[in-house]
Design a protein around this ligand. Structure first.
Ligand code: HEC
Ligand code: HEC
Length: 432
Protein backbone atom coordinates (compact mmCIF):
# COMPACT_ATOMS: atom_id res chain seq x y z
CA UNK A 1 0.00 0.00 0.00
CA UNK A 2 1.46 3.36 -1.01
CA UNK A 3 1.37 6.80 0.53
CA UNK A 4 -1.92 8.02 -0.90
CA UNK A 5 -3.81 5.00 0.41
CA UNK A 6 -2.80 5.84 3.97
CA UNK A 7 -3.90 9.43 3.49
CA UNK A 8 -7.23 8.31 2.09
CA UNK A 9 -7.89 5.83 4.88
CA UNK A 10 -7.17 8.57 7.42
CA UNK A 11 -9.39 11.03 5.58
CA UNK A 12 -12.24 8.53 5.52
CA UNK A 13 -11.84 7.91 9.22
CA UNK A 14 -11.74 11.67 9.92
CA UNK A 15 -14.88 12.09 7.84
CA UNK A 16 -16.71 9.50 9.91
CA UNK A 17 -15.62 11.13 13.16
CA UNK A 18 -17.04 14.40 11.93
CA UNK A 19 -20.52 12.88 12.25
CA UNK A 20 -22.67 12.39 9.15
CA UNK A 21 -21.68 9.33 7.17
CA UNK A 22 -19.81 10.61 4.12
CA UNK A 23 -18.88 7.12 2.95
CA UNK A 24 -22.54 6.41 2.24
CA UNK A 25 -22.39 8.57 -0.91
CA UNK A 26 -20.27 5.89 -2.58
CA UNK A 27 -20.56 7.43 -6.04
CA UNK A 28 -20.01 10.99 -4.80
CA UNK A 29 -22.77 13.50 -5.57
CA UNK A 30 -23.89 11.18 -8.37
CA UNK A 31 -25.02 8.34 -6.05
CA UNK A 32 -28.59 7.05 -6.26
CA UNK A 33 -30.89 6.03 -3.42
CA UNK A 34 -32.19 2.59 -4.43
CA UNK A 35 -31.45 -0.62 -2.57
CA UNK A 36 -33.79 -2.87 -4.56
CA UNK A 37 -33.28 -5.17 -7.56
CA UNK A 38 -33.01 -2.11 -9.86
CA UNK A 39 -30.19 -0.55 -7.81
CA UNK A 40 -27.54 -0.89 -10.54
CA UNK A 41 -29.74 0.39 -13.38
CA UNK A 42 -29.93 4.18 -12.89
CA UNK A 43 -28.33 6.97 -14.89
CA UNK A 44 -26.21 9.56 -13.07
CA UNK A 45 -28.82 11.84 -11.47
CA UNK A 46 -27.36 15.12 -12.82
CA UNK A 47 -27.22 14.28 -16.54
CA UNK A 48 -28.43 17.06 -18.88
CA UNK A 49 -31.44 16.24 -21.10
CA UNK A 50 -29.24 15.56 -24.17
CA UNK A 51 -27.06 13.24 -22.08
CA UNK A 52 -30.15 11.41 -20.79
CA UNK A 53 -31.08 10.76 -24.40
CA UNK A 54 -27.62 9.34 -25.25
CA UNK A 55 -27.72 7.22 -22.09
CA UNK A 56 -31.06 5.76 -23.08
CA UNK A 57 -29.91 5.07 -26.67
CA UNK A 58 -26.93 3.28 -25.14
CA UNK A 59 -29.22 1.37 -22.81
CA UNK A 60 -31.16 0.17 -25.85
CA UNK A 61 -27.94 -1.09 -27.44
CA UNK A 62 -26.83 -2.74 -24.22
CA UNK A 63 -30.15 -4.63 -24.04
CA UNK A 64 -30.45 -5.38 -27.77
CA UNK A 65 -30.60 -9.08 -28.71
CA UNK A 66 -28.46 -9.43 -31.86
CA UNK A 67 -29.58 -11.99 -34.44
CA UNK A 68 -27.93 -13.57 -37.49
CA UNK A 69 -26.69 -12.56 -39.97
CA UNK A 70 -25.21 -9.63 -37.98
CA UNK A 71 -24.55 -11.73 -34.84
CA UNK A 72 -21.33 -13.76 -34.88
CA UNK A 73 -20.58 -15.97 -36.71
CA UNK A 74 -18.43 -16.77 -33.66
CA UNK A 75 -19.75 -15.45 -30.33
CA UNK A 76 -20.26 -16.16 -26.62
CA UNK A 77 -23.73 -14.66 -26.18
CA UNK A 78 -26.02 -12.41 -28.20
CA UNK A 79 -26.44 -9.32 -25.95
CA UNK A 80 -24.47 -7.32 -23.40
CA UNK A 81 -27.36 -7.64 -20.91
CA UNK A 82 -27.37 -11.44 -21.31
CA UNK A 83 -24.04 -11.57 -19.47
CA UNK A 84 -24.50 -8.46 -17.27
CA UNK A 85 -28.05 -9.09 -15.96
CA UNK A 86 -29.50 -6.13 -14.07
CA UNK A 87 -26.24 -4.31 -15.01
CA UNK A 88 -24.54 -6.47 -12.39
CA UNK A 89 -22.30 -9.51 -12.62
CA UNK A 90 -23.51 -12.44 -14.72
CA UNK A 91 -23.68 -16.03 -13.56
CA UNK A 92 -20.72 -18.39 -13.54
CA UNK A 93 -22.32 -20.42 -16.30
CA UNK A 94 -20.76 -21.74 -19.49
CA UNK A 95 -20.97 -24.66 -21.87
CA UNK A 96 -23.43 -26.42 -24.16
CA UNK A 97 -25.78 -27.40 -21.29
CA UNK A 98 -26.39 -23.76 -20.35
CA UNK A 99 -28.87 -21.54 -22.20
CA UNK A 100 -26.04 -19.22 -23.19
CA UNK A 101 -22.59 -18.70 -21.76
CA UNK A 102 -22.52 -15.77 -19.34
CA UNK A 103 -18.90 -16.45 -18.46
CA UNK A 104 -16.07 -16.82 -20.95
CA UNK A 105 -12.60 -18.24 -21.40
CA UNK A 106 -9.62 -16.09 -22.34
CA UNK A 107 -6.89 -18.03 -24.13
CA UNK A 108 -3.31 -17.45 -25.15
CA UNK A 109 -0.30 -19.51 -26.15
CA UNK A 110 3.09 -20.18 -24.62
CA UNK A 111 4.48 -20.55 -28.16
CA UNK A 112 5.06 -17.86 -30.78
CA UNK A 113 5.25 -14.09 -30.62
CA UNK A 114 2.85 -11.44 -29.31
CA UNK A 115 1.06 -9.24 -31.87
CA UNK A 116 1.89 -6.03 -29.97
CA UNK A 117 4.78 -5.20 -27.62
CA UNK A 118 4.29 -6.96 -24.28
CA UNK A 119 0.95 -8.39 -25.43
CA UNK A 120 -0.51 -11.87 -25.13
CA UNK A 121 0.37 -14.52 -27.72
CA UNK A 122 -2.71 -15.59 -29.71
CA UNK A 123 -3.50 -19.30 -30.08
CA UNK A 124 -3.19 -20.24 -33.78
CA UNK A 125 -6.66 -20.27 -35.34
CA UNK A 126 -8.39 -19.30 -32.08
CA UNK A 127 -6.98 -15.92 -31.04
CA UNK A 128 -7.22 -14.63 -27.46
CA UNK A 129 -10.79 -15.59 -26.53
CA UNK A 130 -12.61 -18.89 -26.96
CA UNK A 131 -15.98 -18.42 -28.69
CA UNK A 132 -18.09 -21.39 -27.61
CA UNK A 133 -21.01 -20.55 -29.92
CA UNK A 134 -21.18 -20.39 -33.72
CA UNK A 135 -23.98 -19.61 -36.16
CA UNK A 136 -24.52 -22.66 -38.32
CA UNK A 137 -21.01 -24.02 -37.82
CA UNK A 138 -18.58 -25.51 -35.34
CA UNK A 139 -17.71 -23.41 -32.26
CA UNK A 140 -14.05 -22.87 -31.36
CA UNK A 141 -14.38 -25.02 -28.31
CA UNK A 142 -16.67 -27.06 -26.09
CA UNK A 143 -16.47 -26.25 -22.42
CA UNK A 144 -17.33 -28.54 -19.54
CA UNK A 145 -17.57 -26.88 -16.11
CA UNK A 146 -17.55 -29.01 -12.94
CA UNK A 147 -17.49 -27.84 -9.33
CA UNK A 148 -15.24 -29.52 -6.78
CA UNK A 149 -16.62 -29.21 -3.23
CA UNK A 150 -14.23 -28.69 -0.31
CA UNK A 151 -14.43 -27.27 3.21
CA UNK A 152 -12.39 -24.88 5.34
CA UNK A 153 -12.40 -24.67 9.13
CA UNK A 154 -12.63 -21.37 11.01
CA UNK A 155 -10.49 -20.84 14.12
CA UNK A 156 -13.50 -21.66 16.32
CA UNK A 157 -14.06 -25.00 14.57
CA UNK A 158 -17.02 -23.89 12.47
CA UNK A 159 -16.96 -25.43 8.98
CA UNK A 160 -17.28 -23.32 5.81
CA UNK A 161 -18.27 -25.20 2.63
CA UNK A 162 -16.17 -24.07 -0.36
CA UNK A 163 -16.04 -25.01 -4.04
CA UNK A 164 -13.76 -24.42 -7.02
CA UNK A 165 -14.23 -24.89 -10.75
CA UNK A 166 -12.66 -27.51 -13.01
CA UNK A 167 -12.93 -26.38 -16.61
CA UNK A 168 -12.25 -28.85 -19.42
CA UNK A 169 -12.08 -27.55 -22.98
CA UNK A 170 -11.85 -29.48 -26.22
CA UNK A 171 -11.85 -28.04 -29.70
CA UNK A 172 -15.14 -27.81 -31.60
CA UNK A 173 -14.95 -31.41 -32.77
CA UNK A 174 -13.93 -32.92 -29.42
CA UNK A 175 -10.16 -33.01 -29.95
CA UNK A 176 -7.43 -31.31 -27.90
CA UNK A 177 -6.67 -27.58 -28.16
CA UNK A 178 -3.35 -26.64 -29.83
CA UNK A 179 -0.23 -27.41 -27.74
CA UNK A 180 0.77 -24.55 -25.44
CA UNK A 181 -2.79 -23.18 -24.98
CA UNK A 182 -3.40 -21.43 -21.63
CA UNK A 183 -6.95 -20.91 -20.30
CA UNK A 184 -8.50 -18.33 -17.96
CA UNK A 185 -12.13 -18.93 -16.95
CA UNK A 186 -13.90 -15.67 -15.94
CA UNK A 187 -17.37 -14.52 -14.99
CA UNK A 188 -18.60 -11.05 -15.93
CA UNK A 189 -18.29 -7.89 -13.84
CA UNK A 190 -20.68 -5.17 -12.66
CA UNK A 191 -21.47 -2.26 -14.99
CA UNK A 192 -22.20 0.68 -12.66
CA UNK A 193 -19.67 3.28 -11.48
CA UNK A 194 -17.29 2.55 -14.36
CA UNK A 195 -17.12 6.18 -15.57
CA UNK A 196 -15.99 7.25 -12.10
CA UNK A 197 -13.31 4.56 -12.10
CA UNK A 198 -12.19 5.75 -15.53
CA UNK A 199 -11.92 9.29 -14.14
CA UNK A 200 -9.46 8.35 -11.37
CA UNK A 201 -6.18 9.89 -12.60
CA UNK A 202 -3.32 7.59 -13.62
CA UNK A 203 -1.12 9.49 -11.17
CA UNK A 204 -3.37 8.52 -8.27
CA UNK A 205 -2.96 4.85 -9.16
CA UNK A 206 0.79 5.42 -9.49
CA UNK A 207 0.80 6.83 -5.94
CA UNK A 208 -1.08 3.79 -4.62
CA UNK A 209 1.20 1.32 -6.39
CA UNK A 210 4.01 -0.06 -4.25
CA UNK A 211 5.39 -2.80 -6.49
CA UNK A 212 8.37 -3.56 -4.24
CA UNK A 213 6.43 -3.15 -0.99
CA UNK A 214 8.67 -0.27 0.07
CA UNK A 215 6.49 0.37 3.13
CA UNK A 216 6.88 -3.27 4.26
CA UNK A 217 3.20 -3.94 5.03
CA UNK A 218 3.20 -7.15 2.94
CA UNK A 219 0.90 -5.51 0.38
CA UNK A 220 2.39 -4.31 -2.89
CA UNK A 221 0.13 -3.68 -5.88
CA UNK A 222 1.14 -2.66 -9.36
CA UNK A 223 -0.21 -1.20 -12.55
CA UNK A 224 -0.78 -3.36 -15.62
CA UNK A 225 0.80 -1.29 -18.43
CA UNK A 226 -0.94 -2.23 -21.68
CA UNK A 227 0.10 -1.42 -25.24
CA UNK A 228 -2.07 1.24 -26.91
CA UNK A 229 -1.69 0.84 -30.67
CA UNK A 230 -3.19 4.28 -31.38
CA UNK A 231 -0.71 6.06 -29.11
CA UNK A 232 2.23 3.75 -29.92
CA UNK A 233 3.06 3.40 -26.22
CA UNK A 234 1.84 1.60 -23.08
CA UNK A 235 -0.95 3.04 -20.94
CA UNK A 236 -2.43 2.28 -17.52
CA UNK A 237 -4.81 -0.71 -17.71
CA UNK A 238 -7.83 -0.58 -15.42
CA UNK A 239 -10.81 -2.64 -16.74
CA UNK A 240 -11.29 -6.40 -16.80
CA UNK A 241 -10.33 -8.86 -14.03
CA UNK A 242 -6.64 -8.33 -14.80
CA UNK A 243 -6.82 -4.61 -15.73
CA UNK A 244 -5.93 -5.28 -19.36
CA UNK A 245 -8.22 -2.64 -20.91
CA UNK A 246 -7.11 1.00 -20.78
CA UNK A 247 -10.51 2.66 -21.29
CA UNK A 248 -14.22 1.95 -21.47
CA UNK A 249 -14.06 2.56 -25.23
CA UNK A 250 -11.45 -0.20 -25.64
CA UNK A 251 -13.33 -2.53 -23.28
CA UNK A 252 -16.72 -2.04 -24.98
CA UNK A 253 -15.25 -2.32 -28.51
CA UNK A 254 -13.59 -5.60 -27.49
CA UNK A 255 -16.87 -6.86 -25.96
CA UNK A 256 -18.75 -6.16 -29.18
CA UNK A 257 -16.07 -7.81 -31.33
CA UNK A 258 -15.11 -10.80 -29.20
CA UNK A 259 -18.22 -11.59 -27.10
CA UNK A 260 -20.94 -10.93 -29.71
CA UNK A 261 -18.95 -11.09 -32.97
CA UNK A 262 -19.70 -7.50 -34.06
CA UNK A 263 -16.86 -5.67 -35.79
CA UNK A 264 -16.57 -1.93 -35.09
CA UNK A 265 -14.38 1.17 -35.53
CA UNK A 266 -11.69 -0.12 -33.17
CA UNK A 267 -11.99 -3.73 -34.34
CA UNK A 268 -12.89 -3.59 -38.08
CA UNK A 269 -13.01 -6.38 -40.68
CA UNK A 270 -9.79 -6.82 -42.73
CA UNK A 271 -11.39 -4.69 -45.49
CA UNK A 272 -12.26 -1.91 -43.03
CA UNK A 273 -16.02 -2.64 -42.94
CA UNK A 274 -17.84 -2.81 -39.60
CA UNK A 275 -20.99 -4.56 -38.34
CA UNK A 276 -21.99 -1.68 -36.06
CA UNK A 277 -21.88 2.09 -36.56
CA UNK A 278 -19.76 4.52 -34.57
CA UNK A 279 -22.96 5.86 -32.99
CA UNK A 280 -23.85 2.43 -31.59
CA UNK A 281 -20.36 1.94 -30.20
CA UNK A 282 -20.12 5.45 -28.71
CA UNK A 283 -23.63 5.41 -27.19
CA UNK A 284 -22.85 2.08 -25.51
CA UNK A 285 -19.62 3.53 -24.10
CA UNK A 286 -21.52 6.59 -22.81
CA UNK A 287 -24.09 4.29 -21.20
CA UNK A 288 -21.36 2.23 -19.53
CA UNK A 289 -19.76 5.44 -18.20
CA UNK A 290 -22.97 6.92 -16.78
CA UNK A 291 -24.58 4.16 -14.69
CA UNK A 292 -24.77 5.51 -11.15
CA UNK A 293 -23.51 3.88 -7.96
CA UNK A 294 -26.14 3.03 -5.31
CA UNK A 295 -25.80 4.76 -1.94
CA UNK A 296 -24.66 2.50 0.90
CA UNK A 297 -27.20 1.57 3.58
CA UNK A 298 -26.92 3.57 6.82
CA UNK A 299 -24.63 1.57 9.12
CA UNK A 300 -26.09 0.02 12.26
CA UNK A 301 -23.68 -0.51 15.18
CA UNK A 302 -22.70 -3.99 13.91
CA UNK A 303 -21.85 -2.68 10.40
CA UNK A 304 -19.91 0.22 11.98
CA UNK A 305 -17.84 -2.32 13.92
CA UNK A 306 -17.37 -4.22 10.65
CA UNK A 307 -16.06 -1.02 9.02
CA UNK A 308 -13.38 -0.78 11.73
CA UNK A 309 -12.48 -4.46 11.29
CA UNK A 310 -12.15 -3.82 7.53
CA UNK A 311 -9.21 -1.55 8.43
CA UNK A 312 -7.91 -3.78 11.27
CA UNK A 313 -7.78 -6.82 8.95
CA UNK A 314 -5.96 -4.69 6.31
CA UNK A 315 -8.74 -5.19 3.76
CA UNK A 316 -8.44 -1.47 3.01
CA UNK A 317 -4.79 -2.05 2.00
CA UNK A 318 -6.14 -3.08 -1.42
CA UNK A 319 -9.86 -2.28 -1.26
CA UNK A 320 -9.05 1.47 -0.93
CA UNK A 321 -12.10 3.11 0.66
CA UNK A 322 -11.69 6.60 -0.84
CA UNK A 323 -10.47 7.92 -4.19
CA UNK A 324 -10.92 11.31 -5.83
CA UNK A 325 -11.64 11.54 -9.55
CA UNK A 326 -9.83 13.96 -11.87
CA UNK A 327 -10.97 15.34 -15.21
CA UNK A 328 -13.29 13.45 -17.52
CA UNK A 329 -15.04 14.42 -20.77
CA UNK A 330 -18.34 13.78 -18.94
CA UNK A 331 -18.21 16.67 -16.44
CA UNK A 332 -20.46 14.99 -13.82
CA UNK A 333 -17.72 12.36 -13.32
CA UNK A 334 -14.96 14.89 -12.58
CA UNK A 335 -13.75 15.93 -9.12
CA UNK A 336 -15.89 13.40 -7.23
CA UNK A 337 -14.92 11.91 -3.88
CA UNK A 338 -15.91 8.26 -4.24
CA UNK A 339 -15.85 5.14 -2.07
CA UNK A 340 -15.22 2.26 -4.48
CA UNK A 341 -13.09 0.03 -2.16
CA UNK A 342 -10.56 -0.66 -4.90
CA UNK A 343 -7.11 0.62 -5.84
CA UNK A 344 -7.55 -0.73 -9.41
CA UNK A 345 -4.13 -2.37 -9.03
CA UNK A 346 -2.93 -5.91 -9.56
CA UNK A 347 -2.23 -7.93 -6.42
CA UNK A 348 -0.87 -11.42 -5.87
CA UNK A 349 -3.75 -13.14 -4.07
CA UNK A 350 -2.13 -16.54 -3.98
CA UNK A 351 -1.81 -19.90 -5.70
CA UNK A 352 -5.32 -21.05 -4.93
CA UNK A 353 -6.75 -18.27 -7.14
CA UNK A 354 -4.21 -18.57 -9.96
CA UNK A 355 -5.32 -19.12 -13.55
CA UNK A 356 -1.68 -19.88 -14.46
CA UNK A 357 -2.00 -17.60 -17.50
CA UNK A 358 -0.01 -14.36 -17.86
CA UNK A 359 -2.19 -11.46 -19.07
CA UNK A 360 -0.05 -8.64 -20.47
CA UNK A 361 2.05 -7.81 -17.35
CA UNK A 362 -0.19 -9.65 -14.86
CA UNK A 363 0.95 -13.08 -13.69
CA UNK A 364 -1.42 -15.98 -12.98
CA UNK A 365 -1.72 -15.16 -9.27
CA UNK A 366 -2.36 -11.43 -9.84
CA UNK A 367 -5.88 -9.98 -10.16
CA UNK A 368 -7.16 -6.40 -10.12
CA UNK A 369 -8.76 -5.51 -6.78
CA UNK A 370 -12.49 -5.51 -7.57
CA UNK A 371 -14.57 -2.57 -6.32
CA UNK A 372 -16.81 -3.54 -3.38
CA UNK A 373 -19.33 -0.67 -3.69
CA UNK A 374 -22.81 -2.12 -4.22
CA UNK A 375 -21.63 -5.65 -3.36
CA UNK A 376 -24.25 -6.01 -0.62
CA UNK A 377 -26.91 -5.78 -3.34
CA UNK A 378 -25.38 -8.37 -5.71
CA UNK A 379 -27.69 -11.21 -4.70
CA UNK A 380 -30.71 -8.92 -4.57
CA UNK A 381 -30.12 -7.84 -8.18
CA UNK A 382 -29.37 -11.45 -9.21
CA UNK A 383 -30.13 -14.11 -6.56
CA UNK A 384 -27.72 -16.68 -8.04
CA UNK A 385 -24.81 -14.20 -8.34
CA UNK A 386 -21.45 -15.41 -7.05
CA UNK A 387 -18.10 -13.79 -6.26
CA UNK A 388 -14.44 -13.75 -7.36
CA UNK A 389 -13.18 -13.86 -10.96
CA UNK A 390 -14.61 -17.28 -11.69
CA UNK A 391 -17.67 -17.11 -9.46
CA UNK A 392 -16.47 -19.86 -7.17
CA UNK A 393 -17.53 -18.04 -3.99
CA UNK A 394 -21.25 -18.46 -3.27
CA UNK A 395 -21.04 -16.16 -0.24
CA UNK A 396 -18.91 -13.21 0.88
CA UNK A 397 -17.42 -15.46 3.58
CA UNK A 398 -16.15 -17.86 0.93
CA UNK A 399 -14.79 -14.96 -1.14
CA UNK A 400 -12.70 -13.69 1.79
CA UNK A 401 -11.39 -17.15 2.73
CA UNK A 402 -10.01 -17.74 -0.80
CA UNK A 403 -7.66 -14.70 -0.49
CA UNK A 404 -3.97 -15.67 -0.18
CA UNK A 405 -0.64 -14.20 -1.28
CA UNK A 406 -0.45 -10.51 -0.26
CA UNK A 407 -3.90 -10.93 1.33
CA UNK A 408 -3.01 -14.09 3.30
CA UNK A 409 -2.70 -12.25 6.62
CA UNK A 410 -6.01 -10.48 5.99
CA UNK A 411 -7.86 -13.70 5.24
CA UNK A 412 -6.25 -15.43 8.22
CA UNK A 413 -7.39 -12.59 10.54
CA UNK A 414 -10.92 -13.22 9.30
CA UNK A 415 -10.64 -17.01 9.62
CA UNK A 416 -9.37 -16.78 13.19
CA UNK A 417 -11.82 -14.05 14.28
CA UNK A 418 -14.75 -15.02 16.46
CA UNK A 419 -18.19 -15.48 14.93
CA UNK A 420 -19.44 -12.06 16.09
CA UNK A 421 -16.50 -10.27 14.44
CA UNK A 422 -16.87 -12.27 11.22
CA UNK A 423 -20.55 -11.43 11.11
CA UNK A 424 -19.80 -7.75 11.75
CA UNK A 425 -17.38 -7.60 8.80
CA UNK A 426 -19.97 -9.28 6.56
CA UNK A 427 -22.66 -6.88 7.84
CA UNK A 428 -20.45 -3.99 6.74
CA UNK A 429 -19.96 -5.53 3.27
CA UNK A 430 -23.73 -6.10 3.04
CA UNK A 431 -24.27 -2.39 3.72
CA UNK A 432 -22.20 -1.38 0.67
C1 HEC B 1 -20.46 -13.76 -22.96
C2 HEC B 1 -20.73 -12.87 -21.88
C3 HEC B 1 -20.48 -11.39 -22.08
C4 HEC B 1 -21.04 -10.54 -23.00
C5 HEC B 1 -21.98 -10.88 -24.14
C6 HEC B 1 -20.57 -9.21 -22.66
N1 HEC B 1 -19.74 -9.26 -21.57
FE1 HEC B 1 -18.87 -7.69 -20.65
N2 HEC B 1 -17.77 -8.95 -19.49
C7 HEC B 1 -17.87 -10.33 -19.52
C8 HEC B 1 -16.76 -10.91 -18.77
C9 HEC B 1 -16.50 -12.39 -18.56
C10 HEC B 1 -15.98 -9.83 -18.30
C11 HEC B 1 -14.65 -9.93 -17.57
C12 HEC B 1 -13.62 -9.98 -18.68
C13 HEC B 1 -12.19 -10.22 -18.26
O1 HEC B 1 -11.80 -10.00 -17.14
O2 HEC B 1 -11.39 -10.62 -19.12
C14 HEC B 1 -16.65 -8.61 -18.75
C15 HEC B 1 -16.21 -7.31 -18.47
C16 HEC B 1 -16.85 -6.16 -18.93
C17 HEC B 1 -16.48 -4.81 -18.55
C18 HEC B 1 -15.36 -4.42 -17.58
C19 HEC B 1 -15.91 -4.05 -16.22
C20 HEC B 1 -14.81 -3.74 -15.21
O3 HEC B 1 -15.13 -3.49 -14.03
O4 HEC B 1 -13.62 -3.73 -15.55
C21 HEC B 1 -17.30 -3.96 -19.25
C22 HEC B 1 -17.29 -2.45 -19.22
C23 HEC B 1 -18.17 -4.78 -20.06
N3 HEC B 1 -17.87 -6.12 -19.83
C24 HEC B 1 -19.11 -4.27 -20.94
C25 HEC B 1 -19.80 -5.06 -21.86
C26 HEC B 1 -20.59 -4.53 -22.96
C27 HEC B 1 -20.83 -3.06 -23.24
C28 HEC B 1 -21.07 -5.60 -23.67
C29 HEC B 1 -21.86 -5.60 -24.95
C30 HEC B 1 -21.25 -4.92 -26.07
C31 HEC B 1 -20.60 -6.79 -22.98
N4 HEC B 1 -19.83 -6.43 -21.91
C32 HEC B 1 -20.90 -8.09 -23.37
C33 HEC B 1 -18.86 -11.06 -20.15
C34 HEC B 1 -19.65 -10.58 -21.19
C1 HEC C 1 -3.70 -7.89 -1.27
C2 HEC C 1 -4.90 -7.20 -1.70
C3 HEC C 1 -6.21 -7.58 -1.04
C4 HEC C 1 -6.53 -7.62 0.31
C5 HEC C 1 -5.62 -7.31 1.49
C6 HEC C 1 -7.91 -8.01 0.37
N1 HEC C 1 -8.42 -8.19 -0.88
FE1 HEC C 1 -10.31 -8.72 -1.36
N2 HEC C 1 -9.77 -8.98 -3.27
C7 HEC C 1 -8.53 -8.69 -3.81
C8 HEC C 1 -8.46 -9.18 -5.16
C9 HEC C 1 -7.28 -9.04 -6.10
C10 HEC C 1 -9.69 -9.82 -5.41
C11 HEC C 1 -10.12 -10.54 -6.69
C12 HEC C 1 -9.66 -11.99 -6.61
C13 HEC C 1 -10.28 -12.89 -7.65
O1 HEC C 1 -11.21 -12.47 -8.36
O2 HEC C 1 -9.86 -14.06 -7.77
C14 HEC C 1 -10.50 -9.63 -4.22
C15 HEC C 1 -11.83 -10.04 -4.09
C16 HEC C 1 -12.64 -9.75 -3.00
C17 HEC C 1 -14.06 -9.98 -2.94
C18 HEC C 1 -14.94 -10.50 -4.07
C19 HEC C 1 -15.39 -9.30 -4.91
C20 HEC C 1 -16.21 -9.65 -6.11
O3 HEC C 1 -16.64 -8.70 -6.79
O4 HEC C 1 -16.42 -10.83 -6.44
C21 HEC C 1 -14.47 -9.60 -1.68
C22 HEC C 1 -15.88 -9.64 -1.12
C23 HEC C 1 -13.30 -9.14 -0.97
N3 HEC C 1 -12.21 -9.24 -1.80
C24 HEC C 1 -13.28 -8.69 0.34
C25 HEC C 1 -12.11 -8.52 1.08
C26 HEC C 1 -12.08 -8.38 2.51
C27 HEC C 1 -13.29 -8.31 3.41
C28 HEC C 1 -10.77 -8.30 2.86
C29 HEC C 1 -10.18 -8.24 4.25
C30 HEC C 1 -10.46 -9.40 5.09
C31 HEC C 1 -9.99 -8.34 1.63
N4 HEC C 1 -10.84 -8.50 0.58
C32 HEC C 1 -8.60 -8.20 1.56
C33 HEC C 1 -7.51 -8.05 -3.15
C34 HEC C 1 -7.41 -7.95 -1.77
Amino acid sequence: MGRLAIVCVLLAACGDDAGGEPELMQGGTQSVDDRTATAYSHALPDLEPAQVETHSFGNGRFSFLWLPPILGPLFNHNACIACHAGHGRGLSQIGPSSVGSQALIRISSTLGEPEVPGGNIPVPGLGLQLQDHHIGGVPEGRVDLQWIETVLEYGDGEIQPMREPRVTVTNGTGGPLPAGTLLSYRQSQVMFGLGLLEAVPDDALGELADADDADGDGISGRINFVWDAGAGQTKVGRFGHKATQISLLEQVAAAYADDIGLTNRLRPEPDGMTDISDAILDDTVFFAATLAVPMAAPRDPEAQRGRALFDDFQCSGCHTPTLVTGDHPIPQLAGQTIHPYTDLLLHDVGDRLTDARPDVMATGVEWRTPPLWGIGLAQLVSPEATFLHDGRARTLNEAILWHGGEAAASAESFRLANRADRDALIAFLQSL
